[in-house]
Design a protein around this ligand. Sequence first.
Ligand code: KIV
Length: 272
Amino acid sequence: MSANTKEIKRVTTNTLQEMKRKKQKISMLTAYDFTMAKIIDGAGTDIILVGDSASNVMAGHETTLPITLDQMIYHAASVIRATNRSLVVVDLPFGSYQGNSKEALNSSIRIMKEAGAHSVKLEGGKEIVDSIERILSAGIPVMGHLGLTPQSIYKFGTYNVRAKEQLEAKKLLEDALALQAAGVFAIVLEKIPAALGKEIAKKLKIPIIGIGAGRHVDGQVLVSHDMFGMNNEFSPRFLRRYLNLHDLMSKATKNYIKDVQSGDFPNEKEQY
Ligand code: KIV
């Protein structure tokens, strides 16, 4: 290593545990391709999630259900090639783990082996504890996901806030404790009341990462295309847009078309 090359330390599950202990907030964003992952990793994001939201964002499906394990592996491998610092978590897609714990383990092994991922994420509570334990027994770190779990959208029938009622809130807390006992290294809580997010983050020893779970959890995750404002049709209350890339890219595209049509592009300096 040359004297002026700064060594970049990879975030691990231990780093995240230490961050929770020191009350340092954890940043997490999605990425599905090499170029986006390079920017997000280079900026210092702690965790990159290769989410099954690729089904919506990259492929244009209405839900996360259609994306396949092969497609997730393709996205994950592209992301892994771009990262030096972030811990990369990859979603097990719908249909690749619900059958039984052996199926869950086989799908996780494919993600680790073929994409070079660092960990996997599964949606669900007590009902998937067997699968989580089997994946962990192979040395694969697991992240949980509770609350509004998009793979169950047809069960919920709506994208509204979950666990507003006491019974569902109690079940969610029990599920979070069961996932922690099984050994997950962190849990994503999606679209639940902030007070419940706070209670769970306080009761659990592992990091709790929220998306629409309020400010008192241990970290935040957003879908990067939403955060960059590439999509101006999706505006949930929990989303903060840091750019309006949709308008910037639209304007740039219109300018390009204008220059091509007028013959202004390419000019003398832009040709061989
Ligand atoms: O797939 C995804 O992007 C996710 C986040 C919403 C947490 O699971």
